[in-house]
Write a protein that binds this ligand. Sequence first.
Ligand SMILES: [Zn+2]
Length: 72
Amino acid sequence: MSVRKYVCPACKQKTGVDILYGMPSHEAFEMAERKEIALGGCCIDIEGPERSCTSCGHEWRIKRQEIKFEFK
Ligand SMILES: [Zn+2]
């Protein structure tokens, strides 16, 4: 699983991370502790935000042009 950081539209810092939905693995918990991802909870909300800022707590949605799953 690759770690990506995104520019937060609220505070303009590159501290936005992907929100992981579903039951997190042990690795996911550790990544969340390092603020590499955010945990969205067990319930998958398709209307929920995909990204979360670890600086200001802002959460936002991204445009979904295509549904893409990455398995690395
Ligand atoms: Zn922010």
